[in-house]
Design a protein around this ligand. Sequence first.
Ligand SMILES: [Zn+2]
Length: 165
Amino acid sequence: MYCSVCGEKLALVVHKTEGLVPFCKKCGEYRFPQFTTAVSLVVTNRAKDKILLAKHLGQDDYILIAGYVKKGESAEKAVTREFKEETKLNVVKFKYMSSRYHEPRNVLMLNFLIIAENGEVVADPDEIEECRWFTFDEALEAVRKQSVAETFLKNAVAELKNNKF
Ligand SMILES: [Zn+2]
């Protein structure tokens, strides 16, 4: 770990409320670990009996629609913006579900369950090869196994089956 300001090697120092935190001796300041934040969307239709999954360019399996939260933007805003950008559809309703930190990409994923407005999905050709609706069982079968997306999808399907959304 190195200081993001001066490049000095960081040492772990006890912070009075946060425990061990990386500290730059040269700057004399704590450098809290940085990570990016993204929203991950489990998308259902108005009838709440289908799930929309996306196959990204160059990938073989399906994952959830997801995107980074921009600096200065709320997670809620990122949900509606990202969904509109990737499908050209609006979000009718959404609910925050849970979050997971994804180590390989150093990103905190915030999962939302959303209802999409009726209409044709026009997938963003720069990011998505194919976007389609699945039944709950088909979606659980098609989603990338052992992925954060699979965990989020399982939680959301359980929520939908219990009529909690
Ligand atoms: Zn420094």
